[in-house]
Every structure is written in C-alpha cells, then in structure tokens.
Design a protein around this ligand. Structure first.
Ligand SMILES: C[S@@+](CC[C@H](N)C(=O)[O-])C[C@H]1O[C@@H](n2cnc3c(N)ncnc32)[C@H](O)[C@@H]1O
Length: 236
C-alpha cells in the first residue's frame, strides 16, 4: 500500500510553501470562489489554503493515513474530508471546480482508471465548471533515467528515497528505518502520459482544454509539469 508509512513523513520530505502559493494563485486565477472538490488531496496543504481563502472545500484521498495527517492541521475543520478512490467518484454533490494536483494523476496506471476518473469528474462538475489537473511532463522520464538518490534523517528516522525511470513510468522507492535498524519500505509507480494522448482523453470526455507548462508558460514546452485547465462543455 502507498502513502501508509510515507504519510507521517510526507510534509517533512516535500512540503514547499512557495509551490503551494503558486498552486493557489493558479487556481484562484481560473476558479471564482465557489464549491470545490480536491481529489487525491494528500496531507491537505493546498486544500486548507484554499478553504482559508474562502472556497467551500471538499477533499478526498485514497490513503486514510494522508487524510489523518490533513485533519490534524490547523484550520482543517474548514474542509470536509473523505477517503475515496478518485477512479470511483461517489456522492451527490456538484462542484464549481474539481482539482487533482501535484502529479497525483500519474498514479493512474491503466487507461480504464483514467477514463473512470475523468468521467467521474465530468459528472460531478456543474455546467461551465473547471477541472484543473497537473501531471509530470515527458521531460521527467529523461530526468530520472539516471537514478536520483536522497538519504537523511527526518522526524527522528533515517530514510532513503530513490527515483528512477523504467520505460514510461517513474518508480519511487522509500525506506524508513527504526532505531533498531528495521526498515519499512514503500514503492510508488507513476505513469507518464504523452500530452497529445491526455488532450484527446480530456476532449473525448467533454472538456475544452488550455495547457500550461510549469504554472506560467502557455502550451507544451520544456519543463517539469503540464497543467491542464479544463472547462466542462455541456453535451448537446
Ligand atoms: C504526490 S501526492 C499529492 C498530494 C496532494 N495533492 C498535494 O498537493 O500534496 C499523491 C496523492 O495521490 C493519492 N492517490 C493516489 N492514487 C489515488 C487514487 N486512485 N485515488 C485517490 N487518491 C490517490 C495518494 O494517496 C497521495 O496522497
């Protein structure tokens, strides 16, 4: 299972206030204040920032441990939290905006999962509602051809984190060591999708799409992430 042991170390490893601000600014520039759902919300950094800024926020994640971390944070009571697989988007609520951020989309490994997720998003968006999703660019596959290796100590535990490309996927391996040397391991696999394939899936689902690279550059260009800003077009 992913994001079990990692959940307690996630913020210590990746929390980045500057990036959170960039995400919030991007979202606020496309999405007027209203009712939103963040899928795969993780430890809830962006989620809570949006709730503090006045959105009515629902948030969900597959990992109950990540939701527990989020709920422990200041202002978490502003958000309605839920454990949910984004491929099985349930509930009666309709949203002005739906978000899936920080390469969470890349955890969908099968075409069927992508289609189920996109159909669930479309079904839960109000007419003209906005779906914002970011994902790893193809350049990331190149970047991790050579293994990235990080080791250190966080929250009183030694850890090791490696990232490597194998074919069209990025493999991340985490090891957290107890005082007695015993380790807990987690492996994460993220699939990197061709932008043209993603665009096609989004348009087939019924979205009008604008793409940015690395928050600000229009279209697909060199960079770490593509951001797809998708507006629900009402099917005739
Ligand atoms: C890289 S983290 C990003 C978390 C968060 N969006 C953030 O801004 O930090 C990826 C998250 O996706 C979640 N996730 C992976 N597959 C999922 C799925 N099928 N449904 C819902 N959440 C999923 C993981 O549990 C994890 O919390």
């Amino acid at each position: 299972m992913m994001y079990e042991k990692l959940a307690e170390f996630y913020d210590a490893l990746v929390k980045d206030e500057e990036a959170t601000k960039a995400w919030v600014d991007l979202i606020e520039s496309y999405l007027p204040k209203g009712k939103i759902m963040e899928l795969a919300c993780g430890s809830g950094e962006i989620t809570i920032a949006l709730a503090k800024d006045g959105y009515e926020v629902h948030a969900s994640d597959l990992s109950a441990d990540m939701i527990t971390q989020a709920k422990a944070k200041e202002n978490s009571e502003l958000v309605e939290w839920n454990v949910m697989d984004m491929c099985h988007f349930t509930g009666e609520d309709m949203y002005d905006g739906i978000l899936c951020l920080c390469d969470s989309f890349n955890y969908l490994l099968k075409e069927e999962d992508v289609e189920n997720m996109l159909q669930g998003v479309y079904a839960h968006l109000k007419d003209e509602g906005v779906f914002i999703v970011d994902m790893h660019s193809m350049d990331r596959l190149e970047e991790f051809q050579e293994e990235y290796n990080e080791a250190g100590r966080i929250n009183g535990h030694e850890y090791q984190w490696t990232i490597q490309t194998i074919e069209d996927c990025i493999y991340q391996n985490f090891a957290f060591y107890d005082e007695d040397g015993r380790s807990v391991l987690e492996q994460h696999i993220q699939k990197v999708y061709e932008p043209a394939w993603v665009m096609n899936k989004l348009k087939e689902t019924g979205f009008k799409v604008e793409v940015l690279t690395d928050f600000v550059y229009p279209g697909i260009c060199e960079g770490e992430k593509q951001f797809y800003i998708c507006r629900k077009e009402v099917k005739a």
